[in-house]
Design a protein around this ligand. Structure first.
Ligand code: PMP
Length: 437
């Protein structure tokens, strides 16, 4: 066990840093659905780590694949060289990807996947002689990681306001969450698809010939589980297609079974041009990201005259053998255990369990989709976020890991979760809410 005073050199890169150092919550081991805390307690993982450990923790197949690969071919240069493991992985990923997403570019994280997608989008227009398409459109409350491109298109003003102008030429669509009215309860959003038409207004304002891409999370996770109204994504798709704008889905959270389908594109029946993934691609246990693109996009770079000169992009660790081996073992596990569709099997149980909290103390809204849930609390007057954060601390003490964002409790258990564990999650939250002011 690590004593708190051993943390002096460690900088947790968050505002939560100070608070963490005061009361560190340490995890020392994990297995399947549980963490072991430093005091030996078992803690049920209600969040799959950070929305990433979809197949559960320390799965032997994945661990062994990492060990085997590390002993056999630990590293191969990512430029000009190849190795069979990454080719196999790319083919395996394309096999489960939505129709038409035929090529994969590897990165090491969600943030890098976002940057890669934005650069591919801009470069794609350029190699096709449409270099005037430089504008990007994100969405309010969208989260796309922490790098400069990602915070520019991201819709969280607080994350970018201290960094100046960032990327020029970015607009943000209005987000779809109108509290209590448009909450996605019982899967029947009442209205809001027309919010997508705001894209037409932006196109008119700037002219379609200046717009490169629109990037959205199909379901915004980190900002509180905001589920688009029915038809919203299809309307975005139609407007993008009409104006030659690329549609990018950031599926860092929704990818790999979180909604009960392999990808959110499958869930909503809308295929983007570029699909950004990370987290679940390697079960979250080793850094890896994968950006999927449609054939036309890939082919434009292979045949376009300027591609060699203009598009330099890639990372030292892009598609490295150990991460690739971990991802193949992850895909094997998903397949063998049916995990990419397990969320659909459990969705109604999950929904009923979550909605049994509707009369619990402080709860003002409950949202669910696949194996994702959000329990929105009435903020404590004068102390926004405090109530949810207290719930987080107390739940951890009682043996449950939840995640909070603002006054919203977000849940996304590993896809191996059992019904009894869903009950345990909900009961624990109910008890915790009962005890806090
Ligand atoms: N996009 C989305 C939708 C995310 O949820 C996240 C991480 N939560 C990221 C991008 C960034 O991923 P990473 O932290 O791996 O850089």
């Amino acid at each position: 066990n690590v004593a708190p005073n051993d943390l002096s050199a460690f900088w947790m890169p968050f505002t939560a840093n100070r608070q963490f150092k005061q009361t560190p919550r340490m995890l020392v081991a994990a297995k399947d659905m549980h963490y072991t805390a430093s005091d030996g307690r078992q803690v049920l993982d209600g969040t799959a780590g950070l929305w990433c450990v979809n197949a559960g923790h320390c799965r032997p197949k994945i661990t062994e694949a990492i060990q085997r690969q590390a002993a056999e071919l630990d590293y191969a240069p990512a430029f000009q060289m190849g190795h069979p493991v990454v080719f196999e992985l790319a083919n395996r990923l394309v096999d489960i990807a939505p129709e038409g997403m035929d090529h994969v570019f590897f990165t090491n994280s969600g943030s890098e996947s976002v940057e890669t997608a934005l650069k591919i989008a801009l470069a794609y227009h350029r190699v096709r002689g449409e270099g005037s398409r430089t504008r990007l459109i994100g969405r309010e409350r969208g989260y796309h990681g922490v790098n400069f491109g990602g915070i520019s298109v991201g819709g969280i003003v607080a994350n970018r306001k201290m960094f100046g102008t960032l990327l020029n030429g970015v607009d943000h669509l209005p987000h779809t969450h109108l509290p209590a009215k448009n909450a996605f309860t019982r899967g029947v959003p009442e209205h809001g698809a027309e919010l997508a038409d705001e894209l037409e207004r932006i196109v008119t304002l700037h002219d379609a010939s200046t717009i490169a891409a629109v990037i959205v999370e199909p379901m915004a996770g980190s900002t509180g589980v905001l589920i688009p109204p029915k038809g919203y994504l299809q309307r975005l798709r139609d407007i993008c297609t009409k104006h030659g704008i690329l549609l990018i889905f950031d599926e860092v959270i929704t990818g790999f079974g979180r909604l009960g389908t392999p990808f959110a594109a499958d869930y909503f029946g809308v295929t983007p041009d570029i699909m950004v993934t990370a987290k679940g691609v390697s079960n979250g246990v080793i850094p890896l990201g994968a950006v999927f693109v449609k054939k036309e996009i890939h082919d434009a770079f292979m045949t376009g005259p300027e591609h060699l000169i203009e598009f330099f992009h890639g990372y030292t660790y892009s598609g490295n053998p150990i991460a690739s081996a971990a991802a193949i073992a992850t895909l094997d596990t998903y397949k063998e255990e049916g995990l990419l569709t397990r969320g659909a099997e459990l969705a109604s149980y999950w929904e009923d369990a979550l909605h049994s909290l509707k009369d619990a103390r402080h709860v003002i809204d409950i949202r669910n989709i696949g194996l994702v849930g959000a329990i929105e609390l009435q903020p404590l007057e004068g102390h926004p976020t405090k109530r949810a954060f207290t719930a987080f601390i107390k739940a951890f003490e009682k043996g449950l890991l939840i995640r909070t964002t603002g006054d919203i409790i977000a849940l996304s258990p590993p896809l191996i979760v059992e019904k009894e564990q869903i009950d345990e999650i909900v009961d624990c939250i109910r008890d915790v809410l009962q005890t806090i002011d």
